[in-house]
Design a protein around this ligand. Structure first.
Ligand code: ADP
Ligand code: G6P
Length: 502
């Protein structure tokens, strides 16, 4: 018999990995990426079901529960992976929604597959949702699920949250299937975004394409159904990052990292998925020109660029990796010396403790996306700076810039401005940095991931029924569960993620 839940979360990816532990078990590892980072804290402690893709190809593996969380895997074939995930989601919608910083590809065959996979997710969700359940659909991969699900199960309360930006109407209008896509999302009762501008864009499009009556917080469709919209800026598990950064082993590791880097005066750090939206090339240009102009020296200033592999079968990602690795090689070749690299480039995933140690090591955290829904890395850096030191250079085009106003805000397209801002951040007075960091930390304390989920779920159902299932913000329960966040899954049942066959 199918077990049903009163809260179902639907996201393309399941938070499972076949990262082999020494005992052959598979670990409940957070994948690099904002969505699973954000949701894992809430869900590992909440009685709910997560419907998602297990990362491999072919029939879905049977996966056991993870604590109170049930897992309902959805299968994808090789053709579906190409058309739905690599194609429509990551070669059409992802670039289109990120200001078309890379040209979106419009391929008619992908649309069919995207629809078919969205139907499958809706069907799987309909099976595991109990009568009157709340369903929270996540992100651009699943834009059509709210509408399909409503048709299958009109009794459900349906929320949709978009983790990425929603583009201005003039860009969205390029999408050949714009009407179907908008209708799909607006199948939800509540559509949440990272920034208020996104809700405004959708309101304009609903009026134009669907003849809806719209304001920035409510859309009345032609059939009279009402959809609420709003901004709910996502966040991180602040308590977890703080307690990690405080650990003696992490403090020691941060000191060690600094020694390994040759005790430079300034460490500049960036941590990204290797994605063309992250502005990695722009910051390499700025750094290289600062070296060329003699405004900084390699012995004094070292860059650490963590760029975790992502979507590696998609052409634009492969091409980006080649360009970045070529540029890193050029800069190191030109400005490095034996034992003194200009850039330490790390194309690997790290565990949370190592990330916390890296954050503690940095004098300047450089976050320069050309467009980003939020950017959780910026928030993680702030949460990790227990010592109140460190500067954050942050792109105006990241959602996080709305909240972290005390960062050194920058337009990454303006390379001269970026160079000047990097220097300002490197040379800032400790008292100035402390004041900025203090204000940003204060903001984050009141706006962590639990507060985000609470705000969204309360907006979805104001009886408090859903929000009451969430763990308390930063409480001991949250930290205790985070410490034990490893579910044992027999190796034979583990799934491959992120590296489907080439
Ligand atoms: P995006 O959602 O586009 O990937 P975010 O900055 O919002 O960008 O989220 C990235 C998440 O991935 C963060 O939680 C970050 O800690 C994690 N992450 C980034 N790089 C790595 C890495 N090398 N190893 C492990 N996790 C990583
Ligand atoms: C962004 C998207 C997520 C996605 C993540 C990692 O954060 O908003 O939906 O999961 O990137 O990308 P991937 O393609 O590996 O799932």
């Amino acid at each position: 018999m199918v077990r049903q839940s009163s809260l179902v979360v639907v996201a393309n990816r399941l938070p499972l990995d076949d990262n082999a532990a020494p005992d052959g078990a598979c670990e409940w590892r957070r994948s690099p990426g904002g969505l699973t980072s954000a949701l894992h804290t809430i869900l590992e402690q909440t009685p709910a079901t997560w419907v998602g893709w297990a990362g491999g190809l072919g029939p879905a593996p049977a996966l056991p529960d993870i604590g109170s969380l049930r897992i309902r895997p959805v299968a994808l074939s090789e053709t579906e992976l190409r058309g739905y995930y690599e194609g429509f989601a990551n070669s059409t919608l992802w670039p289109l929604y990120h200001d078309a910083v890379e040209p979106p590809v419009f391929d008619r065959d992908w649309w069919e597959t995207y629809q078919a996979v969205n139907v499958r997710f809706a069907q799987a969700t309909a099976e595991v949702a109990e009568a009157g359940a709340a369903v929270w659909v996540q992100d651009y991969h699943l834009s059509l699920v709210p509408r399909y699900l409503r048709a299958l199960r009109p009794d459900l309360l349906i929320g949709f949250f978009l983790h990425v930006p929603f583009p201005p109407p003039e860009l969205f209008m390029q999408l050949p299937r714009r009407i179907e896509l908008l209708r799909g999302m607006l199948g939800a009762d509540l559509v949440g975004f990272q920034r208020p501008q996104a809700a405004h864009n959708v309101a304009q499009l609903a009026a134009k394409l669907l003849a809806a009556q719209s304001t920035d917080d409510q859309i009345t469709l032609a059939d009279g159904r009402q959809v609420r919209t709003g901004a709910f800026p996502v966040s991180i598990d602040v308590a977890e990052m703080q307690s990690l950064a405080r650990r003696p082993s992490v403090v020691t590791r941060a000191r060690q990292l600094r020694r390994d880097l040759g005790e430079p005066r300034r460490v500049l750090l960036s941590v990204d998925r290797l994605d063309y939206t992250k502005g990695i090339e722009h910051r390499l240009t700025a750094y290289s020109e600062l070296l060329r102009d003699g405004r900084i020296k390699v012995r004094d200033t070292v860059v650490v660029q963590v760029a975790v592999p992502s979507r590696e079968r998609v052409d634009s990602y492969r091409a980006l990796r080649d360009r970045i690795e070529g540029e890193v090689g050029r800069i190191n070749g030109e400005y490095g010396r034996v034992g003194e690299a200009a850039i330490h480039y790390l194309n690997q995933p790290f565990d949370r403790a190592e990330l916390a140690a890296l954050y503690r090591t940095a004098d300047v955290m450089v976050v320069t996306p050309l467009r980003d829904g939020m950017n959780l890395v910026a928030k993680e850096f702030v949460a990790a700076r227990e010592d109140g030191a460190g500067a954050l250079v942050l792109s105006e085009f990241a959602g996080a810039a709305d909240e972290l106003q005390d960062a050194f805000l920058v337009n990454p397209h303006d390379v001269d401005g970026l160079k000047d801002t990097l220097l300002r951040a490197m040379r800032a007075e400790p008292a100035d940095l402390r004041a900025r960091m203090g204000a940003m930390r204060e903001h984050l304390r009141g706006h962590d991931i639990i507060a985000w989920a609470r705000a969204y779920l309360t907006a979805l159902d104001d009886s408090g029924r859903l929000a009451n299932q969430l763990p308390l913000a930063g409480g001991p329960k949250a930290r205790g569960a985070a410490a034990k966040a490893r579910a044992i899954i027999p190796r034979s049942r583990s799934v491959a993620r992120r590296r489907p066959p080439a």
